[in-house]
Design a protein around this ligand. Structure first.
Ligand SMILES: *Cc1c(COP(=O)(O)O)cnc(C)c1O
Length: 216
């Protein structure tokens, strides 16, 4: 068996052993790795994969998605609105929805292409100046706009917590914000902190290097 599949199964086991209240989806973050390298995990039957660059994802996944229509692709990286059309065509989930211009553009292309993606609003929970995401203060307004004005299917909130800090309090806060909006899903947890994220109710963990190895 491939080591990629072995590592994936270990992560699955660790998550199951935490007895999460809701099913946890592992998004295998395959950015920078080529399709041949990823294929063992596809052949294993895994369906959820994450990418952070639109052009790279098109080159890697367009054909594969036609062959295997139950694959689900997750856009997890910073998005410019001029990429919206390509995103709507290829992806099934967007985790990095963080501004109105982008939301408007995605909504327009969805209706043109008759697609309906699932969205997470990215929250800049620690108000880090360099980081993207909606501020906690603007979250209610932005959420209401997306749902009521442009009909986006918002399924939860997403964070990338500050590095080199205790993540627990950020995961806890995001969980509380999610509940205040009555949202069902949470996108939090990466290779270094998916265990904590699951303890705080994450339903989509985004795991790259722990499955595929270090990126160059
Ligand atoms: C790359 C990336 C991940 C995966 O990170 P690992 O530490 O390799 O698990 C998760 N989320 C986002 C937004 C990423 O860009």
């Amino acid at each position: 068996m491939s080591t990629i599949v072995e590592r994936f199964k270990e992560i699955q086991l660790k998550i199951t052993s935490l007895k999460p209240l809701k099913p946890v989806n592992i998004i295998a973050v395959s950015k920078t790795f080529n399709l041949d390298y990823i294929k063992p995990l596809i052949h294993h039957g895994h369906l959820h994969f994450g990418e952070n660059k639109v052009q790279e994802a098109i080159a890697k996944w367009s054909e594969q998605k036609k062959i295997k229509q139950d694959l689900r692709l997750h856009m997890i990286g910073k998005l410019q609105s001029n990429k919206s059309k390509d995103v709507v065509k290829l992806f099934d989930y967007v985790h990095s929805l963080d501004n109105q211009k982008l939301a408007d553009s995605l909504a327009k292309h969805q209706s043109n292409l008759n697609r309906n993606l699932k969205y997470f609003i990215q929250v800049n929970i620690a108000n880090e100046t360099q980081k993207s995401g909606i501020s906690v203060n603007d979250l209610d307004g932005f959420y209401n706009y997306c749902v009521n004005e442009i009909n986006l299917n918002i399924i939860g909130l997403m964070i990338i917590p500050p590095i080199n800090q205790e993540v627990d309090k950020y995961f806890k806060s995001l969980n509380e914000l999610n509940k205040s909006l009555a949202l069902e899903n949470l996108s939090m947890g990466m290779s270094s902190d998916y265990i904590q994220a699951v303890k705080y109710g994450s339903t989509f963990v985004r795991v790259g290097s722990s499955i595929f190895g270090a990126r160059s």
